[in-house]
Design a protein around this ligand. Sequence first.
Ligand code: ATP
Length: 365
Amino acid sequence: MLYSPITETRPLPKASAAEPAGPLLSVTGLGKRFASGGTIAADALAFTLQDGEMLALLGPSGCGKTTCLRMLGGFEAPDAGQILLHGRDITHSAPEDRGIGFVFQDYALFPHLNVLENVKFGLRRGSRANAERRAREMLELVGLGAFGSRRPHELSGGQQQRVALARTLAIAPPLVLLDEPFSNLDAAMRIETRQDVRNLLKAAGSAAILVTHDQEEAMAVADRIAVMKDGRLVQIGTPDHVYRNPVSEFVASFMGRSNIVEGVAEDRQVHTSFGTLDLSRPAQGSISLSLRPEQILLNADPASSAEIVAREFRGHDQLYWVQDGDRQLVVLSGTGVTFDLGTRVRLRICDCVAPLDPEQAPGCD
Ligand code: ATP
């Protein structure tokens, strides 16, 4: 860490003192089909965002995350739908008239300007003295108060990221859009910078939408996650809710490792080959379940038909692959007890389990 971390308890004044009630952002029926190739990159996207909230758009490459962000920023024209910012229709407004900040993947800093001049760039409309004061304030906020005279190439990737953020936050936007903001950083710097960025946005009181294909990153920084597939929003909710209650096998496996198991549900219980288990919500008839590796306990049992066939030591814990008849399960276990390959084990589910429901609306928890 190059500077004192900024906590979430240091809010700056909000962008506007008298904002109307209701969500900051309201997106309905947003669609985009590209003429070249005919790809439907966004299909009836709908969600809301509250003031100061941080949403991650998560999904595999090509699912439409960047297209969605670019439509919100005004860099791509939607074919259908509406975007309201504090109730104002900005669907077809020019980017500069939206009052939305955008942090580009490559930071887009001007190489010939120093750090202070880069931050001042967006403040050209006001007085020079005010721009200077605001830019210095922003550099202090991002922990780079002493770096104003440096050129971008004299900074690390993480520091450049913070200059880009300072430049965006200088105009006090109610909403900041970030496209894969950590992709140019190495693994250690990514983890450090993502928390910095979250804290800075929270301190500034700006809401944010962040595009990422990294589920761990989405869970670490976002208040809510919107999972996308093939241009559609398939689930939206808090990281905890989406992880524990994925609606489909796709969401379950995109949000970490998962074992998909079949069962027959009767209200709050489901009958499976592991015995009768409690369900996190009621269901009826044949269902599929998502069992996370940490929801399964292993005990050595020479009489069991299930056998450890592979393992991966990960320091604080280890993963086991267990062959049980014609199915294979992945199980997470602490390092207190170690099972050798070939050990016969009994599997027990230690938690209530979530039924998948691909027909369920993306919803909000
Ligand atoms: P990645 O994580 O790889 O950046 P993404 O989820 O952000 O992917 P988009 O960049 O939004 O996905 O692209 C969605 C789909 O639209 C892809 O199939 C892509 O090839 C297509 N697409 C994007 N931009 C254009 C364009 N300008 N013209 C034609 N097709 C496009």
